[in-house]
Design a protein around this ligand. Structure first.
Ligand code: TA6
Length: 296
């Protein structure tokens, strides 16, 4: 498992240490509250496990740790666009080097802040001024906040997601409630559909749910637990499982990797770059996702 393959670099506090893998910095958090790992490459949370619990976040055994690649699993930060409406797919934030801005810990939580702002590299892809911060609040639950500010003189539009991969025991024994009825089916040329009943993870799913409840719940029968996902600042929840054929075609995922994961994503969805959320100069938008285990 990744957490054991890291090279120790330095301690930052009693619970936080910096490690490396292929010259990429990874922050490791080991406290009485939880265990976690966060990659500065991509501002990417890789692992999260409250004390006494199993991992909540799925990370591919075949994930590739390289400056050019997005890491498969964890919580990729898709920004300033979602999906393939621009290039690279899901934007540049997940393949950019984020800076560690500060960290704090007390009895209640560990809070880690990362930052990314416009540079020659980002402007070559997307010609706008911005400043982004990612805040991870780690305790028995995990709250991730992406705050983006327009630091330029002209408005721009964006879309994106906190593309969380959840660890489940067995997809076919998992259902999801709270996603709502209406969805856009990416597997049916973006057709608008309406679902009836619970959402079962028993086939390839790639859906943009446009009116989710405040709380989405993953019912993970095999692990005998329910995961709660509360999103804010989003206009949709994307639910994705590639299933068998697509998994086989992915170099960074085991052929049967799809059986133990499902993505539930806090998403600001847009059909194209021109229809994203407008952000005026000096304005900030926050996209969050809060993940916790519900009592049985
Ligand atoms: O969020 C769902 C999705 O957009 C799918 O269409 C699927 O391709 C997935 O993300 C993974 O994308 P990636 O670029 O990480 O392979």
């Amino acid at each position: 498992m990744l957490i054991n393959d890291l090279n120790f670099e330095e301690s930052l506090s009693p619970s936080i240490s910096r490690h490396s893998i292929n010259n990429l910095s990874i922050l490791k958090i080991q406290s009485s509250l939880c265990e976690a790992a966060i990659s500065l490459h991509g501002g990417h949370l890789l692992q999260f496990k409250p004390a006494g619990e199993k991992d909540i976040i799925w990370l591919s055994d075949k994930a590739i740790y390289s400056p050019e690649k997005a890491i498969r699993g964890g919580i990729p930060v898709c920004w300033p666009w979602f999906g393939t409406i621009g290039s690279p797919s899901h934007g540049f934030a997940r393949i950019s080097p984020w800076q560690l801005m500060n960290w704090q810990e007390n009895e209640e939580a560990i809070v880690i802040k990362l930052g990314l702002s416009a540079s020659e590299q980002t402007k070559a892809i997307w010609p706008h001024e911005f400043s982004a911060t990612l805040t991870f609040r780690l305790s028995a639950s995990l709250k991730t906040t992406l705050a983006v500010t327009n630091t330029g003189a002209t408005p721009w539009r964006w879309s994106g997601a906190l593309h969380s991969y959840f660890q489940i025991a067995e997809a076919t024994e998992t259902s999801i409630t709270g996603a709502g009825k209406d969805y856009i089916d990416s597997l049916q040329s973006g057709n608008k559909c309406e679902s009836t009943g619970d959402l079962l993870i028993n086939q390839s799913i790639d859906r943009v749910y446009t009116a989710p409840d405040d709380s989405i719940v993953i019912h993970d029968k095999g692990n005998q637990r329910r995961l709660s996902i509360r999103n804010t600042g989003s206009n949709a929840a994307v639910i994705w499982n590639p299933w068998d054929e697509i998994s086989k075609g992915m170099a960074d995922m085991n052929d049967d990797g799809y059986k133990t994961m499902v993505c539930v994503e806090s998403t600001n969805f847009a059909d194209n770059l021109e229809s994203g959320t407008l952000l005026s100069p000096e304005e900030t938008h926050q996209l969050t996702t809060e993940i916790s285990i519900l009592p049985q």
